[in-house]
Design a binder for this molecule. Structure first.
Ligand SMILES: [Zn+2]
Length: 93
């Protein structure tokens, strides 16, 4: 169990355009673009994404606050909820 902002799971670092929807179970992936952290994604026990944290992306309507999170629900298609929510730093760190 993490405390004081210490991540409570393994982190894989990627550089590039996007993260995969599925990854190593119970890990976090961090996506960097040009050396800047763009996105974190958490994977559940089955390896499917459960949460995103976006540090920056297009915001043409200027209606996003950064960073923010997106929930994933694999009962939906696509599973990523387009609506953003406040970051959950307690459960996703
Ligand atoms: Zn977003």
């Amino acid at each position: 169990m993490g405390a004081g902002g210490i991540p409570n799971r393994a982190i894989n670092i990627f550089e590039g355009r996007k993260l995969d929807d599925e990854g190593e179970p119970n890990t976090r992936s961090d996506l960097y673009q040009n050396g800047k952290l763009k996105q974190s994604r958490w994977y559940g026990p089955d390896g499917k994404a459960v949460r995103n944290r976006d540090y920056f992306h297009q915001d043409s309507h200027r209606n996003h606050k950064f960073p923010h999170d997106h929930n994933w629900n694999w009962a939906n298609n696509p599973p990523r909820d387009p609506n953003w929510v406040e970051p959950d730093y307690k459960n996703f760190n």
